[in-house]
Design a protein around this ligand. Structure first.
Ligand code: ASP
Ligand code: MG
Length: 469
């Protein structure tokens, strides 16, 4: 029995034209596979707006979140009006949308009235989750209109997570039970489940979210537990690129990557994939593909066990913001790592990710990497929180904090190839390297450079990337 999971990202769901394309893809693939599973993101930009609504709710700004709910309503209703529905189906779908947005307003109200700070993260997750609930309903209705038995399945009923709200981690064993009880019987009855990505729930039933871009993670966990034969991520670009095309104009699509390379690429800044989604697939060798809904015939990027036969190469270069902490004296780093650890967990719901730590006789230096799943403002939020915390202990914590850029070269066996490493470092030439780290997976080398040097470092390393494979 061949099973295919297809995940549709926000960028592939923004407009009626894109949705019609998505429908055509699903119809086409349903002829080729015994079973399929769809995992849907919110429409493009919707999660950003919901996070904003949750912030308004936190400060009790009722007009702020009501305005966002109204904008979301207009946008989803307009989309439904542009799609080919029968009148009765259209009306039913619109009633569903109204119900979901009214639930969202109730949640905002709860946040606004809440006096217990501890509950805020779970309440905000409940606000944000409505984005995927809206889009999944639209897709499922579109499928039913076309004689495919599409049924919406709520991620909160499937994915059991820990309580790291905003960046939660699925608990596979518990999730497996739900998959068996809920999803497998649907597949057996020839139903096409349309699962809301990004959302989970704790054992106690509180809504959680899996970090920005978390729909990928949902798709990966479900594919792993269903032992799917493949997972395809549909987006609006041709695949993973050798660099961010907004920074490097001649960036190319990478035809093939292995799991480690893809995970490093995602972790160090390629926003197209959620970094934590790779591990569950890699463990079961489930092939992953990234494809463009506008050019479905293109092969995109294929991610599998082995991609380039062990030859050391640089396939891609990324940049991501990081925080550098410097102290004009050497000595134990225990105090600062504890403080950073606590602040990271409190502010961003993640464990310590110290990336480079170095010490000389006269100073100490520490670099933190903030994964993109934290959201674009993660670096700022952490920086502010750390500054505030350190101000409480000025004599014990004489650290200065600044934002730096982490430029990472990614490719197989890169860090065990002295020749390739030397070439890459020589290429940086006069750009001062503030820190250097090689990844344990043997496929990444990261240099910390000043923000002003980031673009030049990217360009120079990109010149070393291979043109194929
Ligand atoms: N809608 C969520 C986000 O924007 C999850 C996703 O798109 O994967 O982060
Ligand atoms: Mg994404």
């Amino acid at each position: 029995m061949a099973i295919l999971t297809m995940k549709f990202g926000g960028g592939s769901l923004g407009t009626a034209k894109a949705l019609v394309q998505v429908l055509a893809i699903i119809i086409d693939e349903s002829k080729r596979w015994d079973h399929m599973l769809i995992v849907a993101s919110a429409l493009e930009g919707v999660t950003d707006m919901l996070l904003e609504a949750a912030l308004y709710a936190r400060v009790g700004d009722q007009r702020g979140y009501r305005r966002i709910a109204a904008t979301l309503r207009t946008r989803h209703m307009a989309l439904v009006d542009q799609l080919p529905f029968d009148t009765s189906d259209r009306n039913a779908l619109k009633a569903d949308i109204d119900q979901l947005l009214s639930d969202m307003l109730d949640q905002c109200q709860k946040v606004a009235k809440n006096l217990n700070d501890e509950l805020l993260p779970s309440m905000s997750d409940a606000v944000v989750a409505v984005g995927e609930r809206l889009s999944a309903r639209i897709i499922a209705a579109l499928l039913r209109q076309n004689d495919i038995r599409g049924v919406t399945v709520d991620g909160a009923e499937l994915i059991v997570t820990d309580d790291a709200h905003g960046n939660a981690n699925p608990i596979l064993q518990r999730t497996a039970e739900n998959v068996k009880d809920l999803l497998v019987p649907m597949l057996e009855r020839e139903i096409l489940p349309v699962v809301t990505g990004y959302i989970g729930a704790t054992e106690a039933g509180e809504t959680t979210t899996l970090g920005r871009g978390g729909t990928d993670f949902t798709a990966s966990v479900l594919s792993a537990l269903l032992e799917a034969d493949a997972l395809w991520i549909w987006t609006d670009v041709d695949g993973m690129m050798s660099a961010d095309p907004r920074e490097i104009t001649n960036a190319r699509v990478i035809p093939a990557l292995d799991y480690n390379e893809a995970a490093e690429l995602a972790y160090f800044g390629a926003r197209i994939l959620h970094a934590k989604m790779i591990a569950p697939l890699a463990k079961r060798a489930i092939p992953l593909r990234i494809k463009n809904i506008h050019r479905p015939h293109k092969t995109g990027t294929a991610i599998s066990l082995s991609a380039s036969g062990g030859r050391p190469v640089i396939k891609a270069v990324t940049s991501i913001q990081g925080l550098a902490l410097t102290r004009p004296t050497s000595g134990s780093m225990a105090g600062i790592t504890r403080l950073v650890g606590n602040t990271l967990f409190k502010t961003l719901g993640m464990r310590t990710e110290v990336m480079i730590a170095s010490q000389s006789s006269s100073s100490s230096f520490l670099v933190l990497v903030i994964p993109t799943s934290i959201g674009i403002d993660g670096v700022d939020r952490l920086q502010q929180a750390l500054r505030a915390k350190m101000a409480e202990y000025p004599d014990k914590m004489p650290w200065t904090i600044e934002t730096i850029s982490l430029v990472t070269a990614i490719g197989n066996n890169i860090s065990s190839s002295p020749g390739l490493l030397a070439t890459a470092l020589a290429k940086l030439d006069d750009i001062p390297i503030l820190g250097l780290a090689v990844g344990p997976s043997n496929c990444s080398v990261t240099v910390a450079v000043a923000q002003a040097d980031s673009r030049a470092a990217l360009q120079r390393i990109h010149e070393l990337t291979v043109k194929s494979g």
